[in-house]
Design a protein around this ligand. Structure first.
Ligand SMILES: NC(=O)C1=CN([C@@H]2O[C@H](COP(=O)(O)OP(=O)(O)OC[C@H]3O[C@@H](n4cnc5c(N)ncnc54)[C@H](O)[C@@H]3O)[C@@H](O)[C@H]2O)C=CC1
Ligand SMILES: O=C(O)/C=C/C=C(\O)C(=O)O
Length: 484
């Protein structure tokens, strides 16, 4: 049986205390994960602090950037290993993992290796009261040891989105992958050793949240900052842990994102775009659209077209020919999503399509599959419309005016992303300026430029990562004032 070991100070470490890792498409056990306890967390923190004082801490930015490029190249060289690991952990379609997850894993190292070499810091010259001058300039220094707490929906992509800039800035990292998806973070340990990243710079500890590695890492006084992607309530718990020692956090949390489709939108493109934003990765994307608002003249036609698209998505395992929808991550998550399906039914929703479980054959019969689901007719107060479901589902409601669409989209505790579909540029810019979100896509969705600010407003997060914004979190700025 495959063993997923912790990666501490350049070595793979067993703890003997294991839990099962299952393939969500078949529910078969694919390996045993070695859970880290307080002793392993202490050891990792000590190694990370030692690395900061050693070769890594003294390394030039140029050499660090070279190493990170080598990491990206090695991920690409071992592309198939990462692909198989990600697919086994998540059950997602092979085409999705090979086009999105793994390439972004490599790109996340390259982009920040380049940014850190090329972004200047500020400098000011000023007159002094004695008639002379003074020069100020800023130095960037690493934050220190960064705790990286990761979710399971895009495991390699989201983990490297944090590890890439953290290492580029000269920090050391301790990664806690989700208990559901331990594989690619562990594999990355092999990559780090292969390209010569010094021991203690990148470390991986497996386990759960409360009472396990997640809590032990976030509470540890030797951790200087915490970056986290996941559920808003988990963010609250981590923030409480980080309060001790006043340690900074960067959070990308949940969403209940709106899609707004104006009657003048390119109809086919809007339908295709909302199909992706609602159903890609089986709806397990924090940027996904669970609330769709469509202008009344095209409402019925849009609902019918989205229904046809949803029903055309083939449900299956990673290698099912033509697969469009894979499984949910776990039996527990399936129960949660089906709970919302039941709730929608009980609250009197019109079920346009789906609403239950598909019947699959063979080993896939045991996988965590649900049908892509579309509802209409629920009041905006419904929990189905207010709470993040994180499944392949959306509610569609009509609107009449731009003002109404903006009010509906903003009527949520969350503020992560929105996608707006219109052929009128003035409408697009006006709406983008008034939606309370960190990310607004016009006539597109999940189109990413890694130099841009990424993150959420309201309950969807704290801070921004991406481009120079990542440098703001992963470094301390020191101002040096020189009297000339
Ligand atoms: N990107 C996103 O917005 C994501 C949202 N979710 C939402 O969260 C729900 C629950 O999924 P989970 O995987 O349980 O998300 P979660 O937020 O509980 O877990 C994410 C990570 O945080 C760790 N963690 C949990 N509690 C912690 C604590 N107190 N201290 C330190 N680390 C802790 C977990 O072990 C995991 O590595 C999903 O149903 C979905 O609605 C889940 C994954 C990603
Ligand atoms: O960084 C990206 O491109 C994607 C981020 C997606 C999430 O944060 C998520 O789904 O949790």
């Amino acid at each position: 049986m495959k063993q997923f070991l912790n990666f501490i100070n350049g070595e793979f470490v067993a703890t003997g205390k294991t839990f099962e890792n299952r393939n969500p498409a078949t529910n078969q056990v694919i390996g045993l994960v070695h859970e880290a306890g307080q002793a392993e967390v202490d050891a990792a923190v000590a190694a990370a602090r030692a690395a900061l004082k050693g070769e890594w801490g003294r390394m030039s930015v140029v050499r660090r950037a070279e190493l990170l490029h080598a990491v990206a190249d090695e991920i690409n060289r071992r592309f198939d290993d990462f692909l198989e690991a990600e697919i086994a952990d998540t059950g997602k379609p092979r085409s999705l993992a090979s086009h999105v997850d793994i390439p972004r894993g490599a790109a996340n190292f390259k982009i920040f290796a380049d940014i850190v070499k090329n972004v200047p810091t500020e400098s000011f010259q000023m007159a002094t009261p004695d008639g002379g001058t003074a020069l100020s300039y800023a130095l960037r220094t690493p934050l220190g040891v960064v705790g990286v707490i990761c979710p399971w929906n895009l495991p390699l992509l989201l983990m490297t989105w944090k590890v890439g800039p953290a290492l580029a800035c000269g920090n050391t990292v301790i990664v806690k992958p989700s208990e559901e998806t331990p594989a690619t973070a562990t594999l990355l340990g092999e990559v780090m050793n292969a390209v010569g990243v010094p021991k203690g710079v990148y470390q991986v500890l497996h386990g759960f949240g409360p009472g396990s590695a997640g809590e032990f890492i976030t509470r540890h006084p030797g951790i200087n900052g915490i970056t986290f992607t996941g559920e808003t309530r988990t963010g609250e718990a981590i923030m409480a842990a980080a309060a001790k020692g006043v340690r900074p956090v960067s959070f990308e949390l949940g969403g209940k994102n709106a899609g707004i489709v104006f009657a003048d939108a390119d109809f086919e493109k809007a339908v295709a775009g909302i199909t992706r934003s609602a159903f890609e990765n089986c709806g397990q994307v924090c940027l996904g659209t669970e609330r769709v608002y469509v202008q009344r003249p095209i409402f019925e036609k849009f609902v019918a077209a989205l229904k046809e698209k949803a029903e055309g998505l083939k449900i299956g395992g990673p290698d099912t020919p033509g697969v469009g929808i894979g499984p949910l991550i776990s039996a527990e998550h399936k129960k949660k999503v089906l709970g919302y399906y039941e709730r929608a039914r009980a609250e009197g929703a019109t079920i346009v399509t789906g609403g239950g479980e598909p019947q699959l054959d063979g080993e896939l019969a045991h996988g965590h599959f649900v049908q892509p689901t579309i509802w209409t007719g629920l009041p905006e107060t419904s929990a189905v419309i207010r709470e993040e479901i994180f499944g392949p589902c959306c509610h569609i409601a009509p609107f009449d005016t731009e003002e109404e669409a903006i009010a509906l989209a903003n009527d949520t505790d969350y503020g992560l992303a929105t996608t707006v579909w219109t052929s009128n540029l003035e409408t697009a810019h006006r709406v983008a300026a008034r939606i309370d979100v960190g990310l607004c896509w016009i006539n597109s969705w999940f189109l990413r430029d890694l130099r841009t600010a990424f993150g959420g407003a309201k309950a969807s997060g704290i801070g921004r990562e991406g481009g120079v914004h990542s440098l703001e979190f992963y470094t301390e700025l020191r101002n040096v004032m020189v009297k000339l």
